[in-house]
Every structure is written in C-alpha cells, then in structure tokens.
Design a protein around this ligand. Structure first.
Ligand code: HEC
Length: 320
C-alpha cells in the first residue's frame, strides 16, 4: 500500500510537470520536446528527485521506527492499525450505501408474501448507484433537449460541416501561398513587376533560341500574335510550357526543369508580349484565340475562325 502511494505521488508530480511544460511553452505546431530536447533532461531530473525524496523519507521513517522503545513501537503500531481500520471502514460503508442490499439475516423484512411453488421474491430497493445514474441521465436528457432542440445549439453535423469548411479554406489559403502547387487549373496570370522580370530572364535564357528574344518566332511560333496552336490564355500557355507542344514539334515539356512558379512567371511574361511588334514576326500559326473572359471591346476583329475561337479553351488533355 505504501509503495502504491509512493508511485502515485511520483507519477502525479511528473504529470503535473508535463502539463505545466505544455501550458507554458508555446512553440507552434512542434511539440515542446522537439523544440527543446533539454526538457527531457529536466523531466528526468524531476523524476529522479521525486524518487530520491520518497526513498529517503521511507528510510528515515524505518530508521526512526527501529530506534523506538518497544512500548512506543507498540502504541505506534496500534495507532497505525486504527487509522487503517478507519479507512477501510469508510470504504466498506460507502460501498454498502451505494449497493443498499439487505443482509441475509434481515431478508425477512422485505420478502413479498407471495409464494410461487416455494419460490419467493425479495423486494430489494433499487441500488442507489444505479438510481442516481438514472436520475442524472433524465436531467441530462432535458438539458440536451433544451440545448439542441429548443435553443438550436450546433449539432454534431453542423460542427462537422463547419470544421470541414474551415479546413477547406485553410487548404485553399495554403495552396495560394504554396508556389509549387500551382497547376493548370489554379494558375493565374502574374502582373507583378518582379514576376515578369523573372519570367523575362527565364525566357531570354531558355526560350529565345526558338522563339527569338522578342517572341517573334523562329523554330517555334510567334508568341506575340493572336494565333495559338495549343490555345492562348494563361492556363493553356502554362500547360504548353509545362507539358510541351504537339508531339514531335520541338517544344519540350519544361516541368522537370522549371518549378511551377517559374512556369507561371514565364507564361505570364509570354502573355505580356502579346501585341508587341517583333522585328521579324513569323506568320500566324494555329487558331485565332479569343480570351473568353476578356471584355467585349478588347476582342480582336474576328472574321476568320471566329466560331472555333468562341468555343473558348481548346480541349486539352488534363495534366498529371
Ligand atoms: C527547341 C526549340 C524551343 C524551345 C527552346 C522552346 N520552344 Fe516553345 N515552342 C517550340 C515549338 C516548335 C512550338 C510549337 C509546338 C507545337 O506546334 O505544338 C512551341 C510552342 C510554344 C508555345 C505555344 C505556342 C502556341 O501557338 O500554342 C509556347 C507558349 C511556348 N512554346 C513557350 C516556350 C517557352 C516559355 C519556352 C522556354 C521555357 C520555350 N517555348 C522554349 C519550340 C521551342
């Protein structure tokens, strides 16, 4: 029993230390023990000290006990026995109260005067532990009813939906800032000067050989005109740059060489070349591209191919 309480005290103290550490140290998503490995050492020291105290108190006590005179030992033993007795009496009494069972000698008081072929029935009280649990559940039911059906508290389904919505928003937020998650569906035309500059420097190192410095076209098509082989607009251009042009035409997929962010930058730069006048423009190739989102008056004159162009983004195989 003594050992049990010793262990209880040591674990209690350790748990208290752990809770205090968790409450006082705020280290974001990490666990405090990852952030400060020295905490393990501190915990170990706390446990060690607790054990040391328990051991020394116990040995001090047995030392004192041994130094007592025989009479004193006797009265001490009697005192401890009385204490122990009191404790176990209290436990027994509480247990009996909760069960409320008539002792066998007193069963006569509660036997029902009915005799089923010699089998008789005792009219025991309901065990109080059960009865109070039952009352508690009735009270709980009323509280529950009022909370959720009268005052319209948030139900579990609503809570679930709310949490899902929050999580979804968090994912969207994360995606917005995570450059490397940009794909054809989420890419947006970048207009910031830094992004366009970055796009330009990529274009002028990796793309100019086939498209010319000014995008006028050479081996590859003119990127400044309104005609696109693989579709115009940021999404299609991003897709072409990522996955390459038509097979065997010389435009390779850049997705292994350029990060998604870089592809978005160079795609935005390519689009910014639209309408400029290259020195020796290549003749238009592909179809007239009309941005489905553009305001009406900005659309180029559509005499040819207008029907095809109006159907919007060309069908492209989905990426990945
Ligand atoms: C080896 C030559 C070569 C290089 C280098 C090259 N391209 Fe191309 N590019 C082509 C060819 C050829 C096409 C036409 C593909 C087709 O017909 O499908 C093309 C097509 C394109 C298109 C689509 C044009 C349209 O009309 O649909 C874009 C956009 C493009 N390239 C951008 C780039 C960018 C950005 C780079 C640099 C990262 C680059 N290209 C590097 C040869 C090249």
């Amino acid at each position: 029993m003594k050992l049990f309480f010793s262990i209880l005290r040591i674990t209690g103290l350790t748990a208290l230390a752990v809770v205090l550490i968790d409450l006082t140290l705020d280290v974001g998503d990490q666990s405090p023990y990852q952030a400060y490995p020295v905490l393990w050492l501190i915990l170990a020291v706390i446990v060690f000290i607790a054990i040391a105290i328990e051991v020394s108190v116990a040995s001090l006590r047995s030392l004192l006990y041994r130094s007592l005179t025989p009479e004193a030992k006797e009265s001490y033993d009697a005192f401890m026995a009385a204490k122990e007795e009191k404790r176990s009496n209290w436990l027994k009494k509480t247990y009996r109260k909760l069960i409320d069972r008539k002792p066998v000698e007193k069963e006569d008081e509660i036997v029902l005067d009915h005799n089923y072929d010699g089998i008789r029935e005792l009219d025991n009280n309901l065990p109080p532990w059960w009865l109070y649990g039952f009352y508690a559940s009735i009270i709980f039911a009323f509280v529950y009813l009022a909370r959720y059906h009268i005052f319209n508290g948030t139900t579990q389904i609503e809570e679930f939906n709310q949490e899902m919505a929050e999580a979804k928003a968090a994912v969207e937020e994360y995606k917005k800032n995570a450059d490397d998650l940009i794909d054809m569906n989420t890419v947006e035309r970048l207009t910031g000067e830094a992004d366009l500059k970055a796009g330009q420097s990529i274009f002028e190192t990796k793309c100019f050989a086939c498209h010319k410095m000014d995008g006028g076209g050479g081996i590859g098509p003119n990127l400044t005109d309104d005609y696109w082989i693989n579709g115009g607009g940021i999404k299609n251009v991003f897709h072409t740059i990522s996955e390459g042009g038509r097979a065997g035409k010389g435009m390779v997929a850049w997705k292994t060489e350029l990060t998604p962010k870089e592809r978005a930058q160079v795609a935005s730069y390519v689009l910014s070349l639209h309408g400029t006048e290259p020195a020796s423009p290549k003749e238009p190739q592909g179809e007239l591209w009309v941005d489905p989102d553009a305001p009406k008056q900005e659309q180029p004159d559509k005499q040819t191919d207008s029907i095809k162009a109006n159907t919007g983004i060309k069908a492209i195989q989905t990426i990945e």
